[in-house]
Design a protein around this ligand. Structure first.
Ligand SMILES: Cc1cc2nc3c(=O)[nH]c(=O)nc-3n(C[C@H](O)[C@H](O)[C@H](O)COP(=O)(O)OP(=O)(O)OC[C@H]3O[C@@H](n4cnc5c(N)ncnc54)[C@H](O)[C@@H]3O)c2cc1C
Length: 393
């Protein structure tokens, strides 16, 4: 059996390894001339790490990852902590660690392992234009006029998925009213304003920032999200002005402002998502990752969910003789969970971006009190996300 995958992002590459684990052959078509990721950080939570462990990638991933001591919600200006969760305890609690990883390092590990286990699988520089199928097989059509045939087509081609557009119809993802700033800075430039070895979410009115360390603590990652609807460019390579970034976070804690001050490049892009879909497959074609459930990054779960998808999809196809039953089961197992996480990410926006004093008091006050008297409360609330192990089902 053979899976033909459109898209060589985190979702597509991990799915390739999942299919290989369950005995399938794979061909993967990526439009870019080479498999690569932008220079930014990503957080991989224990639920994603469980899959990477099942694929025997954990040692390589842990070697390139940074283990934070804790994750914190803090006030953006004063830096006052509201909730602290000990991420170091996650291995014992959830069975796998919480890691911060430099995206180019993660994609290069995934790519190298695919090339090692499936040497002929990756085709780069070929854009998928659509798919076709009959009773016996399915194929991707490519911009070079060729076809790529297999038993199942997997659309792992991201938020602007071509496979999704053919399957469900052409439409646009929803602009969420948020624009994100992104920067990565060597910690040697930050002096005493270097972020702690902690994943911090800094809260503000209509905005928030996220800081954490990467690459053994040598790099500091910054994401700053600002509600605004006058700028909707979603190219990840668009540079913005340092002065604009600093203006968005003027008066914030020096850890935040120093990062922006010291960054050489300030990228910015608009954040889009989609309402949950009620169809992920058509015949032998199926979607995964951002192609079917793009979400705001406010739960740090988009890639982790794409990773979970790949495992569940490959296992179900390998276990069931009939592809329709397998794809129905995949949808049943995945759609509710990912829709709940999409909704939780949207809900976090209003929590993180409280504008009124009353709103802050009634939201952060109880959180701060709960953290004081029941320090595990943040972990309890995340059990359903981090404690879910698709490899154990
Ligand atoms: C600011 C920000 C922070 C985030 N932080 C986190 C985090 O901490 N943790 C987390 O889990 N998630 C995070 N995410 C989400 C995560 O980045 C995405 O959910 C994840 O990368 C989706 O992976 P994917 O493989 O589904 O799609 P993509 O990464 O978009 O990959 C799609 C691939 O398909 C290729 N492609 C597209 N069209 C075609 C075509 N026609 N033919 C061939 N190839 C094609 C693209 O070139 C690309 O390589 C964050 C997102 C943002 C915006």
């Amino acid at each position: 059996m053979k899976a033909v995958i459109a898209g060589g992002g985190i979702g597509g590459l991990t799915a390739a390894l999942c299919f290989h684990k369950f005995g399938w052959d794979v061909e993967l078509c990526e439009q870019a001339a080479e498999i690569r990721e932008i220079g930014a950080g990503i957080q991989i939570s224990p639920n994603g790490m469980q899959v990477l462990r099942a694929l025997e990638l954990d040692q390589q991933i842990e070697a390139i990852g940074f283990r934070p001591r804790a994750s914190q919600l803090r006030m953006g200006k004063s830096g006052r902590p509201i909730v602290t969760a000990s991420t170091q305890a996650y291995e014992a609690r959830f069975g796998a660690p919480y890691l911060h990883i430099y995206r180019p390092d993660l994609i290069s590990v995934l790519k190298d392992v695919v090339l090692d286990r499936l040497p002929q699988a990756i085709k780069t520089g070929v854009a998928v234009t659509g798919y076709g199928q009959n009773d016996r097989e399915a194929w991707l059509t490519l911009d070079n006029g060729l076809k790529c045939n297999g038993d199942i087509i997997v659309g792992a081609d991201g938020i602007r998925s071509t496979i999704r557009a053919q399957m469900i119809g052409q439409d646009k993802p929803d602009f969420t009213g948020n624009t994100a700033w992104r920067a990565v800075v060597p910690v040697s430039k930050l002096g005493r304003n270097c972020p702690l070895p902690v994943s911090s979410i800094w809260l503000g009115e209509g905005k928030h920032a996220v800081t954490y360390l990467l690459r053994g603590g040598q790099l500091a990652n910054f994401v700053g999200v600002v509600e605004r609807d006058d700028w909707k460019n979603e190219r990840w390579t668009e540079r913005g002005d340092k002065a604009d970034a600093l203006a968005d976070f003027a008066g914030w804690h020096p850890v935040v402002t120093t990062l922006l001050e010291q960054a050489d490049e300030h990228y910015r892009w608009a954040l889009f998502d989609r309402a949950p879909l009620d169809q992920w497959a058509e015949g032998r074609a199926v979607l995964l990752g951002d192609a079917c459930h793009p979400m705001l990054p406010f739960m740090a779960q988009g890639a982790a969910q794409a990773i979970e998808d790949g495992y569940v999809l490959a296992r179900n196809l390998a276990e069931q003789n009939d592809h329709k039953n397998a794809l129905d089961r995949y949808f049943a197992l995945r759609q509710k969970r990912t829709a709940k996480i999409q909704a939780a990410a949207r809900a976090n926006m209003s929590i993180f971006h409280q504008r009124s004093s009353a709103g802050k008091l009634t939201t952060f006050g109880p959180m701060w009190l709960a953290d004081k008297f029941k320090p595990d409360i943040a972990d309890d609330r995340l059990d359903w996300v981090y404690g879910f192990d698709v490899t154990a089902e």
